[in-house]
Design a protein around this ligand. Structure first.
Ligand code: HEM
Length: 481
């Protein structure tokens, strides 16, 4: 049987398909997850001639993201991101992407991560000693999602701009980035914009400018771009570009071609790291605190571990091996509340997956959130059980049954950065503070680009001990790496 004689994957047809598509306009994640439960690890629905495939098993996902990855490009959902991130790593394709990844990959090597780790722990110590936690009476409510968001944005900013950060860069880039992110997130929820964009004579840029919110988004984006241009122009004039990510990008040279990165390309990467690097990690941490407050035994074990391992020390990368339970708490939360719950692809050509036909140009959604709930691999999938991630229990599990950072050549470049960041921040914060969900609090998740708490995450804060003193901490020092 040739590929085009194979059946399409099962899925809703007729009125059921219409119902599915209608429900997807309000909430994308729920109907797709239901489709996965009803029809299995690969399902299909058609709308106005467009084929739509939901992939929810690790074998089918491996086929799309690894085995036959040459046949799949980034999906249509990346269109809006492309307006913000241009030809950055997350959104570019083909030779542009390949060249960039080759140049940028070394910047995430261990020797640089050590330097970034010092930024992470310093920023955390400053938060524990300052806003919003220091001097807060026990039992006060703080939006933990917002607090983690501010902290991770600060950290990615420090990794990018290093020394500049105390100065005007932080004051300008931070708020401009925040505007773009919050307006951009709202735009992703406006389905009519996407429908309009596909009308004759329209494109996404034009569709966005139709409503006032979209125009505000475009203005915020222009402001941010001019701040970044100014910053890069200033940096290029300096004799020593510096050893933060911006500096590394300014001095990077392709080993094969000798080419350097253009200012425009550096600007796109900078936006990409800011966007891809902070909200994801922040949500990972927020969900971890929520799960731990609902699982006191797991939290108690984390407290014991961080008290024993850290004492009054500030952790560094070498502590990762000494914090297996803290890391397992973070990883179990990445499994059950995956911040990136889906990745989208488009088939360049017809393909076959698990005996089914995938039509040319079909849109595929790889549902990471469902792969992480496969009961064949994860007994009691809805239960929060960090012990699954202790090294002795992870043996024998199919490698791609856990893919919070995606898979294949487009796998997250910041996966180690994020794992180290989330683990060390959880350890430092857990050493000093305890967060409890208020009795009866319900936390609704919103599946936008990332899975985030819809109305924030208000939690009661209690001090376990005073915070560390940032002035006594070592400065990040690349020369020592
Ligand atoms: C818990 C935190 C994080 C999660 C869950 C996460 C998840 C992901 C996923 C699933 C992808 C693949 C997207 C796709 O295949 O379409 C991705 C790509 C990417 N991520 Fe992350 N990420 C995290 C943190 C970070 C950090 C800290 C950075 C940078 C500092 C970063 C930078 C990127 C970049 C640049 C890409 C595009 C890579 C490429 O296509 O070459 N991410 N991330």
């Amino acid at each position: 049987m040739t590929v085009n004689e194979k059946p399409l994957p099962p899925g809703p047809r007729g009125i059921d398909a219409a119902k599915f598509l209608f429900n997807s306009t309000r909430d994308f994640k729920k109907p797709m997850s239901e489709m996965a439960i009803e029809y299995g690890e690969i399902a299909h629905v058609r709308n106005r001639g467009r084929d739509f495939i939901v992939v929810s098993g690790h074998e089918a996902a491996k086929h799309v993201l690894i085995t036959n990855q040459d046949n799949y490009r980034k999906g249509l959902e990346y269109e809006l991101l492309r307006i913000v991130l241009g030809e950055g790593l997350l959104t570019s394709e083909g030779e542009t992407w390949r060249k960039q990844r080759r140049l940028v990959q070394p910047m995430f090597a261990k020797r640089y991560l050590k330097n970034f780790t010092a930024h992470m722990t310093r920023a955390t110590a400053e938060v524990l000693e300052g806003e919003p936690f220091a001097d807060l009476p026990d039992g006060e409510v703080v939006d933990i999602s917002e607090a983690m968001m501010a902290l991770t944005l600060d950290i990615v900013g420090r990794a990018l701009f290093g020394a500049d950060l105390s100065g005007k860069t932080a004051r300008k880039v931070g708020p401009a980035m925040n505007d773009v992110l919050s307006l951009g997130t709202k735009m992703t929820r406006r389905l009519p914009t996407f429908v309009l964009a596909h009308m004759p004579g329209m494109n996404l840029k034009k569709a966005i400018s139709v409503n006032p919110e979209g125009r505000r988004f475009q203005r915020a984006l222009e402001d941010l771009k001019s701040v970044i241009d100014e910053l890069l122009a200033e940096r290029s004039r300096q004799a020593d570009p510096g050893d933060d990510l911006v500096g590394l990008m300014l001095s990077a040279r392709d080993e094969e071609t000798g080419e350097t990165m253009s200012r425009e390309q550096i600007g796109d990467e900078l936006m990409t790291f800011m966007l891809a690097g902070h909200e994801t990690t922040s949500n990972a941490l927020a969900w971890t605190w929520r799960r731990l407050s609902l699982n006191p035994a797991a939290r108690e074990r984390l407290f014991e571990e961080v008290d024993t391992v850290l004492g009054d020390r500030i952790p560094d990368m070498d502590d990762m091996d000494r914090l297996p339970w803290t890391r397992a708490c973070v990883e179990e939360s990445l499994r059950i509340d995956s911040p990136v719950w889906t990745v989208g692809r488009q088939a360049l050509d017809e393909d076959e997956i698990l005996g089914y036909r995938i039509p040319k140009h079909a849109s595929l959604m790889v549902l990471i959130s469902m792969i992480h709930r496969d009961p064949r691999i994860w007994p009691n999938p809805e239960g929060y059980d960090p012990s699954r991630f202790l090294p002795e229990n992870a043996k024998g599990r199919p490698r791609h049954a856990f893919m919070p950072f995606g898979a294949g050549r487009r796998v997250c470049i910041g996966s180690t950065f994020a794992t180290v960041e989330a683990t060390l921040l959880a350890a430092m914060i857990g050493r000093h503070l305890r967060f409890d969900l208020p009795t009866g609090a319900e936390v609704e998740a919103e599946a936008s680009i990332t899975l985030r708490p819809k109305h924030g995450l208000p939690m009661l804060v209690f001090h376990r001990r005073p915070g560390p003193v940032p002035d006594e901490m070592p400065e990040p020092d690349l020369a020592a790496v």
